[in-house]
Write a protein that binds this ligand. Structure first.
Ligand SMILES: Nc1ncnc2c1ncn2[C@@H]1O[C@H](COP(=O)(O)OP(=O)(O)OP(=O)(O)O)[C@@H](O)[C@H]1O
Ligand SMILES: [Mg+2]
Length: 227
């Protein structure tokens, strides 16, 4: 079982406290994080793979202290952002996946075959030779996700992965995420995405103010935001 554990994590940017003594153990397969703008979701997400290190307290991924094992942790935790343009590196779709495979698959021909198979899994088979920058936003996000998942992480952290996608692509991305065997932790404003999640955290001003099943957590969030 995979786990991400925050132990009394506090963080400030300058003199603005952003996380206030967060302690939480995340082991469920699908976990959502919701909350108002600026409540600390992205900061928390980024701590899960060492993009931000906590000022105090510890974040532990699969038993490893993130601050002390950044490289190993990054092999365990794949991370996707809202903007897929930031994550696509190579000229064509297939090449982008092949690049991800270079560390694990030595043979170029095998890499090519494997890349095609991966693209098929992510609904991109017909786009293999297309210049990556000409993909639609949703297709780019699927490509970014495919390029991360072929690296073999045990946990995927996604920060607002559907924000730039239209409804069709958001639904497609949701389906692909739902089909993953890995642990998935998603910070999002896309509340519908969370319907069949196992657990949802609600953040407010750097604190976890609710931690519940999706229905209860989202109801709590809605009532808090409208009061
Ligand atoms: N690099 C930084 N320097 C200074 N302040 C920062 C930095 N990154 C984040 N902050 C501040 O930390 C707070 C939390 O930001 P964070 O990005 O974690 O919020 P969020 O919950 O992801 O919000 P959103 O829903 O808008 O994405 C905000 O007040 C933000 O302005
Ligand atoms: Mg954010």
């Amino acid at each position: 079982m995979t786990s991400v554990v925050f132990d009394t994590v506090a963080h400030a940017f300058g003199d603005r406290p952003v996380l206030r003594d967060i302690s939480v153990e995340l082991t469920e397969r699908r976990i959502g994080i919701v909350g108002a703008n600026g409540s600390g979701k992205s900061t928390m997400a980024r701590m899960m793979n060492g993009l931000i290190l906590p000022e105090s307290g510890t974040v532990t991924v699969n038993g490893m202290n993130v601050a002390k094992n950044k490289r190993k942790v990054r092999r365990e935790v794949g991370f996707i952002f809202s903007d897929p343009d930031r994550q696509i590196i190579m000229p064509t779709v297939a090449e982008d996946i092949e690049l991800s495979l270079t560390r694990t698959v030595g043979d170029k021909q095998v890499r090519r075959t494997r890349a095609r198979a991966v693209l098929a899994d992510f609904g991109l088979a017909d786009h293999a030779d297309q210049p990556a920058h000409t993909l639609s936003g949703g297709q780019k996000q699927l490509l970014a996700l495919a390029a991360i998942m072929v690296l073999g992480p045990s946990i995927l952290v996604a920060d607002e992965p559907t924000t730039m996608l239209d409804l069709r692509n958001a639904l497609m991305l949701r389906d692909v995420l739902a089909g993953l065997d890995e642990q998935v932790i998603v910070a999002t404003h896309d509340l519908e995405m969370l319907t069949d999640f196992d657990r949802v955290l609600v953040m407010d001003d750097g604190m976890i103010v609710a931690d519940d099943d999706p229905t209860a957590a989202v109801a709590f969030y809605r009532s808090r935001m409208s009061s």
